[in-house]
Design a protein around this ligand. Structure first.
Ligand SMILES: Nc1ncnc2c1ncn2[C@@H]1O[C@H](COP(=O)(O)OP(=O)(O)O)[C@@H](O)[C@H]1O
Ligand SMILES: [Mg+2]
Length: 237
């Protein structure tokens, strides 16, 4: 089985060599848990290896995304030929007549259209929640189901970002839901990011592979460290 590297130290090993190619992965977590940073990292590092990626942002503008990721040390001009950043909101404003175009159609149109000239293999949708709000889903479960089926036909490895409420620290992780509309059942993989209390004053970033089809993996929380790149390590008691 072919796998896509996350290039996160410790995570590829945990996944048995990376994410199985073609998997649709939900990356869920509260605001500020580095969903955007982590998925950008995956696209950026793969772009350095000439595996093309498309990052579609509905949450923040292109300039703000570039600002954030350059601040983390990723130089976009080093990968601009292999990593495309698309800010759907700005694009929509610029397009004549597109204000009438439903968001979902616009998303699909671009994701599919760009493929013809820019053959990307990795896709990030940041975020499902923003798309749901903008597209005014009437029947979220049905729309989510059809979106994920559509993504499968696109045949790329996709990361869907999902916002979770901030405080889930008390919740039993075995019972915790990772998605609002059952998309956790539909996707092939789930990465959960959280900020956990550590000691009296500290917080620690943590990551857990909740599920990953095609990989046998540990399902416990691991520490997620950002220091010129991401690293996943065992939590020291
Ligand atoms: N240079 C940095 N090093 C480590 N963490 C940073 C740095 N710059 C920003 N952050 C953290 O990144 C977080 C935002 O990450 P982001 O990927 O936008 O999260 P999300 O997409 O989950 O909301 C901020 O809360 C901040 O704590
Ligand atoms: Mg984000």
């Amino acid at each position: 089985m072919k796998r896509v590297l996350t290039n996160v130290e410790g995570l590829d090993e945990l996944l048995g060599g990376g994410i199985p190619e073609g998997n649709i992965v939900l990356v869920s977590g509260a605001p500020g848990t580095m969903k955007t940073s982590l998925t950008y990292h995956i696209l950026h590092t793969n772009a350095l290896d000439r595996l093309r990626g498309l990052y579609i942002s509905l949450e923040q503008g292109r300039a703000s995304l570039l600002d954030h990721t350059e601040g983390l040390g990723y130089r976009h001009d080093a990968v601009s030929g292999n990593l495309s950043l698309l800010d759907l909101a700005t694009l929509r404003k610029k397009m004549v007549g597109s204000s009438e175009q439903p968001w979902m159609d616009l998303f699909k149109l671009y994701a599919q259209g760009i493929r013809k000239s820019f053959d990307y293999r990795l896709l990030v949708l940041d975020s499902l929640d923003a798309l749901e709000i903008l597209a005014k889903f009437r029947d979220p479960r049905r729309e989510m189901f059809s979106l994920i089926r559509w993504l499968r036909d696109l045949q790329c490895t996709a990361f869907l970002l999902g916002e979770l409420p901030t405080d889930v620290s008390g919740a039993d992780p075995r019972r915790a839901a990772f998605a609002k509309h059952k998309e956790d059942y539909l996707v092939d993989g789930i990465l959960h990011l959280r900020l956990a209390r550590q000691g009296d004053f500290g917080m620690q970033r943590q990551l857990r592979v909740v599920k990953m089809r095609g990989s046998r993996h540990d399902t416990g929380y691991q520490a997620l460290v950002f220091d010129n790149g991401f690293k996943v390590t065992r939590i020291l008691a």
